[in-house]
Design a protein around this ligand. Structure first.
Ligand code: G6P
Ligand code: MG
Length: 215
């Protein structure tokens, strides 16, 4: 691929560090329930994973009713809201706005593919919503990452064939989703976290379009 026609970004842990807020909210809930949860477990088992699947990991081996499960998901979301309510554009990754502007001025579409139902709230707090030609979030598709659905949906929003897209992700489940969608995958984080990305960048700080391009 010389130049992609669209670049599709995951949100949490890519354009902003909300993955840390997700962890803090889950940690609060786990503490309430007397269940241990570490940063390492979060990285390995919860990063990029949907709300229910995340809770199922945390409460594995414990007995809870469906009503209790629903209540815990709502409680975690309240804790998460309390954290993101205070967010400002200062929490966009350094150089993030310049990168989005550079991509747009190169004539490349920009979209979001986030599993989060809070995606639009976070984009609004960061004042980023208007930068995107398409936003696919946790309300759009039933099958979460590693299923390709959310990336395929995002490509459809910007009218680009999936092989002409690059996807950018900080979670291995997301890299698998991007590859299954037939896109090139750029991974953000330590190489040991990922299986089969086309490119790995240790972080998203002060990146330029050329850094995201894949052969
Ligand atoms: C993203 C985050 C996950 C989160 C999921 C659902 O994929 O990386 O940490 O669990 O979205 O988010 P939500 O805001 O809908 O609970
Ligand atoms: Mg992520």
């Amino acid at each position: 691929m010389s130049q992609p026609q669209a670049i599709i970004f995951d949100l949490d842990g890519v354009l902003t560090d909300t993955s840390e807020y997700h962890y803090q909210a889950w940690k609060h809930l786990a503490d309430d329930e007397g269940i241990s949860l570490t940063h390492e477990e979060n990285d390995e088992h919860l990063r990029g994973v949907g709300r229910r699947e995340s809770l199922m990991y945390i409460i594995r081996g414990h007995q809870y009713s469906e009503d209790q499960i629903q209540e815990m998901m709502e409680r975690k979301n309240r804790y998460y809201h309390a954290l993101i309510e205070r967010m400002t554009p200062k929490e966009i990754v350094p150089g993030g706005v310049a990168l989005l502007e550079e991509i747009k001025s190169a004539g490349i579409k920009v979209a979001i593919a986030s599993a989060s139902k809070n995606c639009r709230l976070v984009l609004d707090r960061l004042q980023l919503t208007s930068y995107f030609d398409g936003i696919a979030d946790g309300n759009c598709v039933v099958n979460g990452k590693p299923a390709p659905d959310i990336f395929v949906y995002a490509a459809g929003l910007v009218n680009v064939f999936t092989p002409n897209c690059i996807g950018v992700e900080d979670a291995d489940a997301g890299i698998q989703a991007i590859k299954a969608a037939g896109m090139k995958a750029v991974a953000i984080g330590p190489a040991s976290r990922f299986h089969g990305p086309d490119k790995v960048l240790p972080n998203m700080e002060n990146k330029h379009l050329k850094d995201l391009l894949v052969e």
